[in-house]
Write a protein that binds this ligand. Structure first.
Ligand code: NAD
Length: 291
């Protein structure tokens, strides 16, 4: 039976450290601030935004939710971002995705100052991850990396397989495993002989969005299996991409859903916001000549 990697526990340790550092910073007059923009009233997005707000409170950050109507124009949304870019009390700006279809997601993300892009979705920050010279890492893959590292298993030289090639999860995930010297294969909807590829993986990351997609025959004995997927099964229960019960019999380590990658994503968002606050504070000090 696999060891279960608890994202809930790991995230709580990380958030405790962040809280301690926030307390230290606030003594110097710096309180990290996160602005979350939500457009429309998608119920899932509302839950995600609320969870982020709660996490900010727990670690001592200032947070601000900017709820805009579903018919907000591109121009108005860009104007809101522009104002936030200029505010000194806001270190991180996040636009909850998906946006209503009349809005241009790429242009909206691109309008966030790279210094405040705590989701790390902007082309500039993605490029920095690509060359291994980054200030922020995209939250979900960064959380996955922490989960893998918590097992004590070295990534260097291992066969790492990522299923999924989205800009948010799959691609940056592959890049981050490569930055740690993993031998990385990316699989996607057109991959042939998927099970043959995945069953070679020492580390398998699944980000597909289909319940029970990864079955035991697709997994190598003793592998680290990280389940990024968030789905509902036929009973309406939250589940990942991995057939958990069967794969847990074969894997060495496995993350549950819920309680795996999800809490880590939020912890990494807090980490990025803290990093942004420290960078912004030191830039402001340089400007005023303070030490
Ligand atoms: P996406 O829909 O953008 O990408 C899914 C990927 O799966 C695609 O690249 C596609 O090529 C691949 N795919 C689809 N069918 C396949 C098949 N038959 N064989 C192999 N590959 C196949 O989704 P995403 O944004 O990358 O998210 C993936 C999952 O992760 C979703 O369930 C999403 O809800 C979840 N997610 C979780 C978190 C978290 O914090 N836990 C964060 C982001 C996304």
């Amino acid at each position: 039976m696999a060891n279960i990697i608890s994202g809930t526990e790991l995230a709580s340790v990380i958030k405790k450290d962040i809280k301690q550092e926030t307390d230290r910073l606030s003594k110097c007059g710096v309180t990290p601030g996160l602005a979350v923009i939500i457009v429309g009233d998608d119920p899932a997005s509302k839950i995600y935004v609320n969870n982020k707000k709660k996490a900010c409170e727990a670690v001592g950050f200032y947070s601000e939710e900017i709820a805009l109507p579903a018919d907000t124009t591109q121009k108005d949304l860009l104007a809101v971002i522009d104002k936030l870019n200029k505010r000194f009390d806001i270190d991180g700006i996040l636009v909850q995705l998906p946006l209503p279809s009349h809005l241009n997601e790429k242009a909206v993300i691109g309008a966030i100052s790279p210094k405040k892009d705590v989701d790390c979705f902007s082309p500039f920050n993605v490029g920095r991850v690509m060359i291994g010279d980054y200030r922020f890492l995209p939250c979900t893959p960064a959380g996955v990396m922490e989960l893998i590292k918590s097992t004590g298993i070295e990534i260097s030289g291992k066969n790492c397989v990522v299923i999924g090639r989205s800009n948010i999860v799959g691609k940056p995930m592959a890049m981050m495993l490569l930055n740690e010297s993993g031998t990385v294969t990316i699989c996607h909807s057109k991959t042939e002989n998927l099970a043959q590829v995945t069953s070679q993986a020492d580390i398998l990351v699944c980000a597909v969005g289909k319940a029970n997609f990864v079955t035991a025959d697709m997994v190598k004995e003793g592998a680290v299996v990280i389940d990024v997927g968030i789905n509902r099964n036929e009973d309406g229960k939250l589940c990942g991409d991995v057939d958990f019960e069967a794969v847990a019999e074969k894997a060495g380590y496995i993350t549950p859903v819920p309680g795996g990658v999800g809490p880590m994503t939020i912890a990494m968002l807090m980490k990025n916001t803290l990093t942004a606050a420290k960078l912004n504070a030191s830039a402001a000090m340089k400007k005023t000549g303070k030490k």
